[in-house]
Design a protein around this ligand. Structure first.
Ligand code: 3PY
Ligand code: MG
Length: 260
């Protein structure tokens, strides 16, 4: 069934050294999900941390994207606890967890994403089973390999613990937050700290050396390219409102420029 293929194809695609393009979706509307899922994006990353997504919108969005054969990941809020497992129960292909700053934080993330013995995810994949098309027994056997736990690296503490976080069994990879990383490294001074740029290049290389997914948010297409050249295989390119606003601005400018 499509769902299992979507999930089964997703992890290898992220690890294969190619470029997997996603985007943050902050506006909670399944019609928007359908539109983006029909675009050349490889997956969608619903944002419950800073975006307006909630449990109902995630449920509707996972279904809308599954219809088109695109996987959906969810960025959960900081310290999301049981909500993390719930996103997987709803059929999300993975979870991006903000502010993973220590091995303890990484272990807690794994506890919510992976079933025993690796983690302590509670059984109840209510929507994930029908979306995957697997039997309950097969889902239990395969789920840890189908769903991703990505730890956001976005503070000085996280950088210091990076290799240990990468070594936590069940952590599938990292997802760098360049803005928070810069804010942390510059003690709140800037989003563009040169220290953050150097740390980003090093972190991607370390994730790949550990055989794990190297993911990152890119504010522009040029940054997405730069990060990919540094070894990042999973790039969340911009977010929904940016696409809309930039396209509206470009279209209005083209028309006004022609009549001026
Ligand atoms: C950051 O840059 O801090 C992020 O969390 C990306 O969304
Ligand atoms: Mg952040």
């Amino acid at each position: 069934m499509a769902g299992a293929e979507v999930l089964a194809g997703f992890r290898p695609a992220l690890g294969a050294g190619g470029l997997h393009l996603s985007t943050f979706v902050q506006i909670p509307d399944p019609n928007l999900i359908e539109t983006l899922a029909r675009s050349p994006l490889d997956s969608l990353l619903l944002d419950m941390q800073h975006g307006m997504q909630d449990e109902a919108s995630v449920q509707a969005s996972v279904a809308a994207a599954a219809m088109i054969g695109k996987p959906v990941l969810v960025r959960v809020p900081v310290d999301a606890g049981g909500l993390t497992s719930r996103m997987l129960d709803f059929g999300a292909a993975g979870v991006v967890c903000p502010m993973v700053n220590s091995v303890g934080d990484a272990r807690r993330l794994v506890d919510y994403v992976k079933f025993p013995p690796t983690g302590r995810r509670s059984w109840g994949p209510r929507r994930a089973i029908p979306f995957s098309g697997l039997s309950a027994a097969d889902y239990l056997r395969q789920a840890d390999g189908l769903t991703l736990a990505l730890a956001m690296i976005e503070t000085r503490e996280a950088l210091a613990a990076l290799d240990d976080i990468l070594a936590v069994p069940g952590i599938d990879g990292i997802f760098v937050g360049p803005m928070d990383l810069s804010v942390s490294l510059s003690a709140g001074a800037t989003f563009d700290s040169p220290d953050a740029a150097a740390a980003i290049a090093a972190a991607g290389a370390r994730a790949r050396a550990a055989g794990k997914v190297a993911g990152i948010f890119a504010l522009t297409p040029q940054l997405a390219l730069d990060y990919h050249r540094q070894g990042y295989g999973f790039v969340a390119l911009m977010q929904d409102a940016m696409f809309l606003s930039q396209a509206a601005t470009a279209a209005c400018t083209a028309v006004r420029g022609a009549v001026a």
